[in-house]
Write a protein that binds this ligand. Structure first.
Ligand code: F6P
Length: 341
């Protein structure tokens, strides 16, 4: 049996651990042949493959990114895209496919499964916003990097009696902001799920400043101010029609500075959160997911994805992983707010 594997969407630390586990698990018992498709769905669309054997996954556990490359190519948005992917898989001699990705990639995997293709999914995204699993590959590393950033900006903010706003990733879900904000002891945590009141953020920063401390705000890139439902866009206009402000982090920093008179800076972490060495947690999660994905292939569990529930790896229908994002529940956001001044 020949199994194709691809990584699609934004990369993240821990993908190589999953690829290594897939290759190694496939070599056990009745060996499966594994081939890689380069750059996500572009691989099967363009017939771009590479062999994936034991020597290809040596020394990759600690390497960020994905050795297969990735892209945001989405066949669903193309005429006959799903058929073209199916033909690409047949042309490459694949009997089955393991698709590693987030909402978009697993959405394509689900459409392929509906069309009768033998496919299994593995969830990854630093955003952790996939419904069917408690945790996705890459999230833990992103939270660790964002937390370190909060720790680091705090010392320079204190030295200069400044306020600093740290903008983290998360267009639709605020998991990275929530967790790095709690871990870093931020004075305000702003997430897409809960439109924020800028007056309240400013007042909180003013209270922190009055106690002689340097306020730190963590804001998810998708957070929006109350009354401003238009998403703030980098290099565009903000929800209030102000031009050329940058992203929400710049907007919040500008408002804090204007209202309090405190020198304020914004730091946008951006792709720093997606690059570099995976944490031990992401290496273990990627490894476990890879191992169980091969089991799912051996069992012919087509149309399923591996998922973490508690401490257990389970199988869930791909349909459960796509369509509805897992956002931060109000109770968890309330936990974060409970300890703020
Ligand atoms: O989907 C993961 C993610 O990292 C989001 O948090 C972020 O908004 C987006 O990808 C950035 O995408 P790109 O790398 O294509 O700019």
């Amino acid at each position: 049996m020949r199994v194709g594997v691809l990584t699609g969407g934004g990369d993240c630390p821990g993908l190589n651990a999953a690829l290594r586990a897939i290759v190694r698990a496939a070599a056990h018992a009745e060996p499966l042949e594994v081939i890689g498709f380069r750059d996500g769905w572009r691989g099967p669309l363009d017939g771009d493959t590479r062999p994936l054997g034991a020597s290809d996954v040596l020394d990759v556990l600690d390497r960020g990114g994905t050795l297969l490359g990735s892209s945001r190519t989405n066949p669903i948005s193309m005429d006959d895209g799903i058929d073209r992917v199916r033909s690409g898989l047949v042309a490459a001699g694949c009997d089955a496919l393991i698709a590693i990705g987030g909402e978009d990639t697993l959405g394509v995997a689900h459409a392929l499964a509906e069309a009768g293709v033998a496919v299994v999914g593995v969830p990854k995204t630093i955003d952790n916003d996939l419904s069917a699993t408690d945790v996705t590959i890459g999230h833990d590393t992103a939270v660790a990097i964002a937390t370190e950033a909060v720790d680091r900006v705090r010392t320079t903010a204190e030295s200069h009696h400044r306020a600093i706003v740290v903008e983290v990733m998360g267009r639709h879900a605020g998991w990275i902001a929530l967790r790095s904000g709690i871990a870093g002891g931020a004075d305000a945590i702003l997430i897409p799920e809960q439109p924020f009141d800028i007056e309240e953020v400013v007042a909180r920063c003013a209270r922190v400043t009055a106690r002689g401390r340097a306020p730190i705000v963590v804001v998810a890139e998708g957070a929006v101010p109350q009354g401003g439902e238009e998403v703030l866009t980098r290099a565009g206009t903000d929800a209030f029609g102000h031009v050329q402000l940058g992203g929400v982090g710049d907007h919040v920093a500008a408002e804090i500075g204007r209202a309090t008179g405190v020198s304020t800076r914004a730091v946008v972490l951006g792709h720093l959160q997606r690059g570099g060495t995976p944490t031990a947690y992401d290496r273990v999660l990627g490894t476990r997911f890879g191992l169980h994905a091969v089991d799912a292939v051996r069992d012919g569990a087509w149309g399923s994805m591996v998922a973490l529930r508690g401490d257990e790896i389970v199988r869930a229908p791909l349909a459960d992983g796509v369509g509805k994002l897992k956002t931060v529940p109000p109770e968890q956001y309330a936990e974060a707010l409970a300890l703020l001044d």
